[in-house]
Design a protein around this ligand. Sequence first.
Ligand code: FAD
Length: 471
Amino acid sequence: SKTIMWFRKDLRLDDNTAFNKMLEDSHDTEELICLFQLNPLQFLEDSYNHDAFFYTLSTFYEHAKTNNIELHFLYGNVEEKFAELKNAFQDWNTVYFNKDERGFGRERDQIMTTFFEKNQIQVCSFQDSHIHGVEEIKKPTGESYKVFTPYFRKWLTMPKRMYQRTTKNDRSFKKLKHPLFDEGKKHFNQIVEKIELPFDYECGEVAAEAYLKEFIKSHLHNYQKGRDYPFSNQTSKLSRFLRTGELSIRKVWYALNAEPDSDGRQTFISELCWRDFYNMIYFENPKQKTQEIKEKYRQLQWSYNRESFERWKEGKTGFPIVDAGMRQLNQTGWMHNRLRMIVASFLTKDLMIDWRMGEEYFQQKLIDYDAASNIGGWQWAASTGTDAVPYFRIFNPTTQSEKFDPHGEFIRQFIPELKDVPNKYIHEPSKMPAELQNAINVSMGEDYPDPIVDHSKIRSEILAFFKTASS
Ligand code: FAD
């Protein structure tokens, strides 16, 4: 008989729940097949998000090969292709996979579970991607939490699954010849050939582990202080490894447990909890990619001003900290969390542009794109999500800049036009006197744009904007 391990956002061999279970459960006579299904509906072509994912997938393919595991590919409509596969392999009777608990993947898993059951294929599926799955943390009444803090309190009290190193398996995962797999491999090769990432992109299980170790050694215990300063680069950069599953979340938890306690460690744990929280929120609000979670804000009249949106995208708003953040995203496919909050607040509160446009732009550009965290972050910034703080939380880009990039180091790194601007004006370069501009050979309004809005007037405008929807 044949058993299939269906890989998706769990691109690792170590501590992979479904893969481990399959190795544990299978008999010597069973033929084990590893598979990845390429679904064109899921692709967001011409995006860093897409290219980074497929680069990771190709790295995983090679990594599996060096472990004598052949990864097979299916290409096309998921139900049709699995039906063809079942026709080709009548003795295929079990499938293992790690569940996607929300969004597109959840719908696919529901459809496919019905399909497998109808076709007498036993389904063995597991929660693997998060410390706690979407239905594990509930109020005593059985309801789900709506705000983070009580969720976090409960989350901390719940027992955690431990990391389980995959011991070397001696099972053979031979290459199976079949036209369906040839077709899949052809498409996979074509996708990989077109990958164009304009920056270095390290990936794979080995790199993920190295990032984890380095972060714990150098930054964990100072994380509470260091994490807010983009220039100091003290966050873990683990998000992209977590979104592809190259890194087991239990391995992260295990590594944290081996460390003495500190404010940094506690704060880092709370960030991992945010990841679980937003996963749960997406499960509870399946329409949240297009619809505001807070019902009363579904009628807000957002702006769709293309010119302002383009300036925001390109990092040309005239607010250096916003522009540096956007340029970091455009140049590296990643943006520091503090900057994500600042640029998202700027788009939604200063420009009053629909948060969905920002969310989509991040979806294209982020190498760590995760729908639950991204939508959660955007709805938080737009004040339409789960946040308990009301809509009048408006980030002032200038004071944020003074606080989190006090000497303008980060700004100068990403905005070379401003490299000679003295600290006194780095946060508001349009205020530089003309003589100084001449002296450093830079002309505000020409070399670097004047501010796109007058932030001092925003507060009253945004209050009026939200009030109309609340009344
Ligand atoms: P660290 O500070 O080292 O945090 C460790 C891990 O905790 C992260 O890797 C991540 O898995 C998790 N985490 C940290 N902060 C958050 C958070 N606020 N929400 C959920 N999980 C968190 N994160 C993504 O992984 N993908 C996204 O698409 C994404 N989009 C965002 C959009 C907006 C508007 C905002 C405000 C935040 C978004 N985040 C997203 C959350 C956060 O910015 C990133 O997780 C973080 O910057 C990743 O860098 P890091 O791994 O160095 O983080």
